[in-house]
Design a protein around this ligand. Structure first.
Ligand code: TA6
Length: 304
């Protein structure tokens, strides 16, 4: 019996969840229930896309040029950035945003919630490679609930006797009508590190509109954000707990062209990242024998 056949036999749920093998050999979970549809790559615990039934286009964006390949991150969806955010503090050879999104994860359990959402629980598989970059006794789980909302719980457990410090993010790409016709509210008055042209500490006034590359790490904020989309006539609510940083990012045209997988010719215009994170001043110390959870819940609301 193949891996896919085994997964379907053990974890598949009629009318909710099945597993396919991608051309690259990676396993993709296809979720479809009465409230939404979604796709998840087991590698990286990577939720690739999510579309509630009342939405004409996905809420979580996947680049049309996204490549699914072993050991490579997928452009779009909700990449898991862990156990550091951005460049590693001292090892430039270590992968940006940590290794979690490019290593195998194991499916622990699947099921249907009382309200009808499809549940999947995954665990990062530690290996020589991960322990070489992160020599700590710990376990990383991701619990995902796919329904009319999308809930994700990233749970770090310290199973050892020494505390350790993590940086992390659910680096989610949201689909929008056009980057020039959205605003992000909820971060008014917050301090942020502006990463464009260096790193300058600034303070947000009013909601965020976009007219150039924008790469900001808002610190010390647990606020819910709202993406107001004039073109698609919807609001996307990004609420969170266990996260004190929010990253807002659009690469704009030059960086998008250099990245090469944002979807030609201007796929970058159809996405904005609002990432729930713990980064910079907001790194998290996980004490021995304790768990830390970063939780997000997304909801799309159509507006007249
Ligand atoms: O979260 C914003 C950011 O750190 C940007 O600086 C840009 O690098 C983006 O992440 C994408 O990173 P990736 O490694 O996925 O290409």
């Amino acid at each position: 019996m193949s891996t896919v056949q085994m997964l379907n036999a053990q974890f598949g749920i009629d009318g909710h969840l099945s597993f396919n093998e991608d051309a690259s050999g990676l396993i993709i979970a296809m979720i479809e229930n009465s409230s939404a549809k979604a796709a998840l790559c087991l590698q990286g615990g990577h939720l690739m896309t999510w579309q509630p039934v009342d939405q004409s286009v996905p809420v979580v964006w996947l680049s049309r040029d996204a490549k699914v390949a072993a050991g490579k991150s997928i452009r779009g969806g909700a990449p898991v950035c862990w156990p550091w955010f951005g460049a590693h503090a001292s090892e430039s050879s270590f992968p940006g945003h940590g290794f979690a999104r490019t290593v195998p994860w194991r499916l622990l359990e699947t099921g249907v919630e009382p309200g009808g959402a499809t549940r999947l629980r995954l665990r990062l598989e530690n290996s020589e490679k991960t322990l070489a970059q992160w020599p700590h006794a710990c376990q990383l789980d991701l619990n995902i609930y796919v329904g009319e909302t999308l809930r994700m719980e990233l749970v770090t457990e310290n199973t050892g006797s020494e505390a350790f410090v993590i940086g992390e993010a659910l680096h989610t790409y949201f689909q929008i009508g056009d980057i020039g016709a959205v605003r992000v509210s909820g971060l008014e008055g917050c301090e942020y590190w502006d990463k464009v042209g260096g790193s300058n500490l600034r303070r947000q006034t009013g909601s965020i509109a976009f007219a150039e590359e924008t790469d900001r790490v808002y610190i010390n904020t647990a606020a819910e954000c709202v993406i107001e989309d004039e073109r698609l006539k919807r609001r996307i609510h990004v609420s969170k707990s266990g996260s004190q940083s929010t990253v807002v990012w659009t690469p704009w045209v030059e960086k998008a062209e250099k990245m090469g997988d944002m979807g030609q010719p201007d796929g970058w215009r159809e996405m904005v990242c609002v990432e729930s994170a713990n980064a910079l001043e907001n790194l998290v110390t996980v004490a021995p024998g304790t768990c830390h959870s970063l939780v997000v819940e997304y909801r799309a609301v159509n507006i007249a």
